[in-house]
Design a protein around this ligand. Structure first.
Ligand code: HEM
Length: 454
């Protein structure tokens, strides 16, 4: 077992502690693939950072607020480069959420206006309409997989707000399917680069999905350009946008931004919503308070932008869900030069992983950290700078309000009409993909108020 190493004021920076139990050649890969969260839970006691070996690659996991703040804000030292981001870019391209810092300022300036506050009510209309359409298909007594339902909803919202025009339901469904395959495959490829070398059916499925995704997105961009009409959606804004030098995004750049926005917006928000629905179903007191709030507001009609002021508790439920299960559970950076972090020395090119999942469950910062308690976020409650589900600094999430509004409206809409009961009693096993997902969650639907037949 490796000893915990603490920096000595006399000896200067030291090597970081290494997690125990690594196997020859594989290192901690089996643990990172089969039980990553249980494995990660053991790390904070060892130090910060902690070195983890994944095959030939070293990761340095950090989970204190001090280290995470440094890694996310000291941009000259910690960049979005290296083999991990190279792999992600094969799928997402050089999008705003995946580009190296050198490209970031320009892209952020171009994409940011599409997320200004004034546009949110318009996006919320799409959220309300899509939630209504989804829940209209539900029937009392039926079982649905709430994780799948949430993903269907948020991809539909992403597709509708990004490119409202010209997408047939079949094309939207193909994009959604490709996205699902890619998201499942990407985590495996990140921790196990050899996955691409083996001629397995999943490799062929992944490659097919990648082709279908690229072709689908390129087709949408070309179609918009050819029609030249302002559809009042994000893609129209991006087509019209210019950088500081008056340059528009080229074809490739546009496709990359679209891909990034669908991923960044849909998978994160669906994970948050699916967790929130599950947690509410398992906590009767929280469910009671949520129902009381919704009954006094939108009740059994779909919740709208104008209702948000009457839904503070629903917002708290979303916040607390994002604390316990941050969708962006691990944000990584690569050191641009040798650095000193937490008293340890890291080489240039080291992959540093900011683990928000561990940060937001630290008992010193969140008492009784595994308890689901939306009252932690009651008005006036002090927010700690250890609550960072949307990240920090110049790359902080651009869609934070978009995602929070979408999850809150959907949660309130479901709570107005439905009670969800998990079909099995077993605890949910979080599935860490690039996003922390709850995995399949079958629930039985019970109508709260007399639902119209049909
Ligand atoms: C609950 C939902 C969401 C969560 C938890 C979340 C979380 C995050 C986090 C932690 C980052 C920072 C990543 C980094 O520093 O490398 C980020 C970046 C980003 N997010 Fe979100 N996000 C959510 C929803 C959305 C939505 C709905 C959109 C767009 C529709 C979006 C668009 C983006 C973009 C464009 C970036 C890159 C920002 C930049 O690098 O300048 N996110 N998100």
């Amino acid at each position: 077992m490796s000893a915990i190493r603490v920096p000595s004021p006399n000896r200067g920076p030291v090597h970081p502690a290494t997690a125990p139990g690594g196997l020859p050649l594989l290192g901690h890969l089996p643990a990172m693939v089969t039980r990553p969260l249980a494995f990660l839970d053991t790390l904070p006691a060892l130090g910060d950072p902690v070195r983890v070996r994944v095959g030939p690659r070293d990761l340095y996991i950090v989970s204190t607020p001090e280290s995470i703040h440094r890694v996310l804000t000291e941009r000259a030292d910690y960049d979005r480069s290296g083999p991990l981001y190279a792999k992600i870019r094969t799928f997402l391209g050089n999008g705003l959420a995946t580009c190296p810092h050198a490209d970031h300022r320009r892209l952020r300036r171009i994409v940011q206006p599409a997320f200004q506050r004034a546009l949110l009510p318009r996006y919320a209309e799409a959220m309300t309409a899509e939630t209504a359409a989804l829940t209209a298909r539900w029937r009392p007594g039926r079982t649905v997989d709430i994780t799948h339902e949430a993903f269907t909803l948020t991809t539909a919202v992403a597709v509708r707000t990004l490119f409202s025009a010209g997408l047939t339901p079949g094309a939207a469904e193909r994009l959604r399917h490709a996205l699902d395959v890619l998201l499942r495959g990407l985590y495996l490829r990140v921790v196990l680069p050899a996955a691409d070398l083996l001629p397995t059916p999943s490799r062929f499925e992944y490659r097919r999905a990648l082709r279908s995704w690229h072709a689908g997105v390129a087709g949408i961009v070309a179609d918009y350009r050819a029609r030249g009409v302002d559809h009042g959606d994000v893609l129209s804004l991006l087509l019209a946008a210019r950088d500081e030098d008056g340059r528009p995004l080229d074809e490739r750049e546009l496709a990359d931004q679209v891909a990034t926005l669908v991923l960044a917006g849909a998978e994160t928000t669906s994970s948050a919503l699916a967790w929130a629905l599950r947690l509410v179903a398992e906590h009767p007191e929280v469910e009671r308070k949520l129902h009381a709030e919704v009954d006094a507001g939108p009740a059994d009609r779909p919740a709208r932008w104008e209702d948000l002021g009457q839904l503070p508790y629903a917002g708290q439920v979303v916040n607390e869900t994002l604390r316990l299960y941050p969708p962006a559970w691990a944000i990584s950076r690569t050191t641009a030069r040798p650095v000193e972090l937490g008293g340890a020395r890291l080489p240039a090119g080291a992959l540093v992983v900011c683990c928000l999942y561990l940060l937001q469950r630290r008992p010193d910062l969140f008492p009784d950290p595994t308890r689901f308690d939306p009252d932690r976020f009651a008005p006036g409650a002090v927010q700690r700078d250890a609550y960072l589900p949307f990240g920090l600094g110049a790359t902080r999430c651009l869609g934070d309000r978009f995602g929070a509004v979408e999850a809150t409206l959907a949660l309130a809409t479901v709570a107005g009409r439905w009670r969800l009961r998990p079909v099995s009693d077993g605890a949910v096993r979080p599935v860490p993909r690039l996003v922390l997902s709850p995995g399949p969650q079958p629930v039985r639907l019970t109508a709260r108020v007399s639902a119209p037949a049909g």
